[in-house]
Design a protein around this ligand. Structure first.
Ligand SMILES: [Zn+2]
Ligand SMILES: [Zn+2]
Length: 268
């Protein structure tokens, strides 16, 4: 059988607009800053112009050693981690969840800008190299969405970040290990205590036999109080994972006022 391209049916104009569309999908966005949308004067692995990159607060070692959020004092652990059980071994974020970081997360999560994942994964790979040293992980696990939320959004932002991150570091991506079985209330509207209760029973380990003995790295876009990551770590540990770490793009600043958080934060 011969494969014939029906050239006669496509006129030149249609062909041109078709290729222009492809080119704009592939190239144009890459050269515009993710935050201010200005054309980039130089290539950036972060996808940001100098101004917007300069406004991000990169986290260093002034963080809670457990949850990785920016610390407000010299203590090793934030009050939440001092007073609560945290089942992840430790969590780390790349930047503080300030305005520019929020803009990136919003674009990725609610603005259908899936291609942001490439840049976000670059932040993650840098932070991973900084914080994980000799620690090796067996698999990268994105925080899952329920099937309904996945249909509404079209893709899982944690998955697309984890996918690019795993590619960069040549690590196995396992999105089949954990599933979200119940849609909980929006975490953003809840206080710290309520958030903890809200996530209990929302996730389930799908393949416990493949979790046992493994060192797993959970990936998400934002760590707020750490309840979601704590709950997923808890069920993975229950399934006998030997270690569970978490890495997110942004981490909220630790707040002392009962961890009430801004309403535009996370809807996962
Ligand atoms: Zn910019
Ligand atoms: Zn902490």
């Amino acid at each position: 059988m011969r494969f014939v391209i029906p050239m006669k049916k496509i006129n030149k104009q249609q062909l041109r607009s078709f290729f222009e569309k492809i080119l704009s999908e592939v190239f144009v966005d890459r050269y515009n800053c993710l935050v201010c949308d200005k054309e980039l004067q130089e290539p950036s692995d972060y996808g940001l112009c100098r101004d917007c990159l300069g406004k991000l607060e990169f986290l260093d070692d002034r963080i809670c050693k457990k949850c990785g959020r920016l610390q407000i004092n010299e203590a090793d652990y934030c009050l939440t981690c001092q007073n609560h059980r945290r089942d992840f071994d430790f969590a780390r974020s790349c930047v503080a969840y300030d305005d520019n970081a929020k803009e990136i997360v919003r674009g990725l999560k609610f603005g259908s800008k899936k291609y942001y994942a490439k840049y976000v994964s670059y932040f993650l790979s840098r932070r991973f190299e900084e914080c994980f040293g000799d620690i090796s992980v067996d698999a990268v696990v994105p925080v899952p969405l329920t099937k309904q939320r996945l249909r509404e959004r079209g893709y899982n932002q944690a998955y697309v970040i984890a996918e690019k991150f795993a590619e960069r570091l040549d690590l196995p991506l396992r999105s089949d290990l954990v599933v979200k079985v119940r849609q909980n209330l929006e975490q953003a509207k809840l206080s710290g205590k309520e958030r903890e209760e809200n996530v209990v029973g929302a996730y389930s380990v799908a393949l416990p036999q493949e979790v046992a003995g493994k060192r797993l790295l959970i990936i998400d876009d934002v760590l707020t109080t750490g309840s979601t990551l704590g709950e997923i770590a808890a069920i993975l540990k229950k399934a006998k994972a030997s270690a569970v770490y978490a890495l997110t793009f942004a981490g909220t600043r630790y707040r002392v006022d009962g961890e009430k958080l801004e309403s535009d934060e996370v809807k996962s």
